[in-house]
Design a protein around this ligand. Structure first.
Ligand SMILES: [Zn+2]
Ligand SMILES: [Zn+2]
Length: 207
């Protein structure tokens, strides 16, 4: 019974994260940049290959767990602790999925759904489809939109969508459509990601 309750608390923590993911994105992500999260998020919208450094997010999760984990365990008990771990594990899962939808093409039905759902938000309707890992809260709060085809500005097409000529791969033509002028060769899209790799591998400078 105790184990079952621990598992339940862990799962509850996970569900609580998906709600937080929705609320943070909807409430803070798209506000003018008066908060650091919104600043990072709007940067991510402007440059679809920009992500705040992963080590920062991972350090945040581990930091929260180690700072509050012991206190939660001592003061509120093992169930609250399991809930907290579930929350943080689901948060890291969200970070993984979000990055993955930008960097790689889909491998299954969930991946296909996650990409269409998220890129419709990115390119067409920033006030809709605020959840990334699940459509549940969008459905609950009336912000769910299921696009037939996602219209992607050609200059912002994700690397996995297009071939070497910048055209959409045939296999994605049911889900996406490129719009707008061809990409200029002077694109600065990958500039910001250099900051991230530089912090991980300083020796790369000049490589
Ligand atoms: Zn995104
Ligand atoms: Zn957004």
């Amino acid at each position: 019974m105790k184990l079952l309750l621990i598992v339940f608390s862990f799962l509850f923590g996970g569900v609580l994260w998906t709600f937080t993911e929705y609320v943070l994105h909807r409430g803070w992500g798209h506000r003018p940049s008066w908060n650091p999260f919104s600043k990072e998020h709007l940067k991510h919208h402007a440059d679809v290959m920009y992500f705040a450094p992963s080590w920062m997010k991972f350090a945040f999760a581990v930091g929260v767990l180690s700072t509050f984990g012991v206190a939660v365990f001592m003061l509120v008990g093992v169930y609250a602790f399991a809930g907290m771990v579930g929350f943080l594990v689901t948060y890291l899962y969200y970070e993984f999925i979000h990055r993955r939808v930008h960097t790689h093409g889909p491998m299954n039905a969930y991946g296909r759904w996650a990409r269409k759902h998220h890129f419709h938000h990115h390119f067409r309707r920033p006030n809709m489809n605020e959840g990334v890992t699940t459509p549940f809260w969008d459905w609950v709060f009336g912000t769910l939109e299921i696009p037939d085809k996602v219209r992607v500005p050609r200059r912002q097409a994700l690397p996995w969508m297009i071939d070497e000529n910048g055209e959409l791969w045939d296999k994605y033509k049911d889900d996406y459509e490129l719009v707008g002028r061809p990409k200029s060769s002077k694109s600065k899209r990958h500039k910001t990601s250099a900051t991230e790799s530089a912090s991980a591998k300083p020796s790369l400078v000049g490589a």
